[in-house]
Design a protein around this ligand. Structure first.
Ligand code: BG6
Ligand code: MG
Length: 220
């Protein structure tokens, strides 16, 4: 069991912040005069803030100066923070706390591997910050998912071989990053969307009791 390390994505796995990103990006789209739907918002899952803005502007068919882009990145984040700073532990997604408890019991260490620069703040808001053995977030990587950098840095923090790391992800870019890093990828969400994952579950409550002791142990 000591061989295994776990890396969790944050948004969409431990908390559902996509709805807040949506409200903040939609506000910007409204300001710029085009429609931005929840379906469009799916394209922003797992990608960096800068890349999210580029995708949004593509949808609106809008070109902006670098200066304007920087201005909107700041105002969008300020708007997003208004929602984030109101979050509490009740927003932890079903099964997440139980899964961390199981890992603690098994003596398996876990770290965070998130694209978000707000990850430490969000973990503090929901009272989970202290539980993680380390945090790799959007501030500590130079290449965004699907680049494996975030997870390889996570493996270093865990002091584990990449092939002994298990990654929980809800985004296609994140599953791809985990696979490229040679880790075991667990897709959380729609199986059809995340078909490249090694294992799929709709949410964290579906992880079977013997998942680490038998299923994963047999694979590594
Ligand atoms: C990811 C989200 O976790 O973080 C993306 O899935 C988001 O939707 C990205 O764009 C960056 O977040 P932040 O908090 O740095 O703007
Ligand atoms: Mg995510």
């Amino acid at each position: 069991m000591n061989k295994i390390g776990v890396i969790f994505d944050l948004d969409g796995v431990i908390v559902d912040t996509a709805k807040y990103h949506f409200l903040a990006w939609k506000d910007l789209a409204d300001h710029l005069g085009f429609e931005f739907t929840e379906t469009d918002n799916e394209l922003l899952k797992g990608v960096s803030r800068v890349r999210s803005l580029e995708i949004l502007l593509d949808i609106g068919n809008i070109e902006l100066s670098e200066e304007k882009k920087q201005e909107f990145l700041i105002s969008k984040n300020e708007h997003y923070l208004q929602y984030i700073t109101k979050m509490g532990p009740e927003e932890i997604l079903p099964g997440a706390t139980q899964l961390l408890d199981t890992l603690d019991t098994l003596g398996i260490k876990y770290v965070l591997g998130s694209a978000s620069k707000n990850a430490p703040l969000i973990l503090k808001q929901v009272n989970l910050y202290e539980r993680f053995a380390g945090i790799v977030d959007g501030n500590s990587v130079s290449k965004a998912k699907p680049d494996p950098e975030v997870f390889l840095k996570g493996a270093k923090k865990l002091n584990k071989e990449p092939e002994h790391c298990v990654v929980f992800e809800d985004a296609i870019a994140g599953v791809e990053a985990a696979n490229t890093a040679n880790m075991i990828s667990i897709g959380i969400g729609d199986e059809k969307t995340l078909h490249e994952a090694d294992f799929n579950f709709n949410n964290l409550t579906e992880i079977p009791d013997n998942f680490f002791t038998e299923v994963i142990s047999e694979k590594i």
